[in-house]
Design a protein. Sequence first.
Length: 346
Amino acid sequence: MTHQVAQQVIGGVDTHGLTHHAAVIDAVLGRQLADEEFPATAAGYRALAAWLAGHGEVVAVGVEGTGAYGAELARHLAQVGLVVVEVDRPDRKVRRAKGKTDPIDAYAAAAAVASGRAAGAPKSRIGAVEAIRMLRVARGSAVKSRTQAMNQIRMLLITAPAPLREQVDGLPKAALIRALVRLRPGADLAMPLHAAKFALRDLARRYQVLDEEIDALDAQIAPLVAATAPAVLELFGVGPEVAGQLLTSAGDNPERMRSEAAFARLAGVAPLPASSGRTRRHRLNRGGDRQANHALHTIAVVRMRYHEPTRAYVARRTAEGLSKLEIIRCLKRFIAREVFRALTAS
């Protein structure tokens, strides 16, 4: 009696807000086998996983948008034991050549996994780092709103009546906010002076509320960062805000990055080759996670000011003819190596 061996298949999923479209191809021949649409719900995730398994042994599943619409689906597929691969959305050139439908995109995701073009594991989003990311989203929004409120205060003061402008002229930011909160506008808001006082007081109160919101979020984020990545916080020039961003960029499973070079590429600090003929050179990499790149830049600037070994390095490289920007690029690449080791230390 012979036993039939289940065929190996690769899945692909085009994700959307309300539905996900899945497709299956033969893992060996790349033949398109079937496609189906499922609701983006818990029941839909279970049905999609069962549908994939019904076509054979699932080698891997390529999922688009694992950081957005496909986040929960990727978590569910990983929990049921499937290998999930992060797939970039097809570029415009491919879409112009092949068109755009959900089945086409789902099959393209599966084909990207089969060809090896897509091979990266997505962030797991199931641990403390995901919690830190969510809190930092709220903090970032509050910081932007606070900055906007201060900019509006300064713009209103430029055009405010002279007596009001002179009353707060030259005050530092904290004292300015306190002074504006104490303003007492008159009842007749048809008068520009009274309207200016009312608007400035309102904006100052908003600034204070946002300031308190940011402090409260910082009080929640800092202990989480310290408990999750103490080795990162021990690096010179790294505080809770910078460490939180580096953790968010790396995810709960930084081990998915196979080397420190992969992390450097993620952070946009891996120079790109730009050689031609006998010329051998590299150029700045403007890709990657720009917020992670900014975090590394912050560390580099702090070290250039206060870290004696870094100051000595800067002096030596300056004597060799490198510009300040070139030195910072070198420092960021070195710091990325340190950060990766700290992230994967535990």
